[in-house]
Design a protein. Sequence first.
Length: 284
Amino acid sequence: MPCVVSLEDLWWSYENSSDWVLRNVNLCVGEGEFLLITGPTGAGKTTLARILCGLIPGSYRGVLRGRAFILGDEVVSLKSSRALSNIGFVSSDPEMQFLTTRVEDEIALRLRFLGVDSEEIRERVSWAIKQVGLSESILDKSPYELSSGQKQRVAIATAIATKPKLLVFDEPLSNLDWAGAEEVVRTIELLRRDNQATIIVVEHKIDVFMPYLSRIALMYGGKLVLIDDPPNFFARLSRDLENYVRIPELARIWRYLALRYSLRNENLSYELLKTYLIKLLKGV
């Protein structure tokens, strides 16, 4: 499977800093994949998200070593609006992304910059707002007056209006309660499924994403220290790295079953673990 995102021996240091925020990062994310990146504060997750959506090096000064490709283009050449239209980004604070005082104008803004005609803009705005589960009655409102969950959805609608092939989210659940988080995560998964988009999420809250993830990656000290599908990720997670991950209860069950039945990590899957959970409940 070709890589939608490809990072090769990537290093990054911000201007006027002697510290490398990213250190020798290698990553391939395939088309349609749902990848979650987690890790402690200061691990380099947000910086990696900025590279994945083309903000680095375009909007930040610093030293970049190695190579990074997004949708086949090297990040150092991601300058045209057309190239960037295939990438959607949603930050942890949606208000920081708002540039207008009407929801409709906010969603339409990038489309206007791309020269999309007025009729298609109206269709795209209507489509995007429905995709995130909001009513068109919200279009005349100011995005600043909305609830946290609605703001997050408007930010997502703005990101998907160009129908990008890659969507990057930096802690999209930071201002949401559990119910709001579940709704946003379901929306993200529907976008991946219905629009064949590749999804990369930077987030501490793993549990709500678990049913949909292709892989989980752990960052620590600027490096990707572990990456695998969910069952194998938690089976391989060492004791010294556990403190840097919020381990979901389901994952704790997986790990217990793997130890009890001596399951080989490389063969772990949802179906296999379901089978062994049934065996455990039967006392076998």
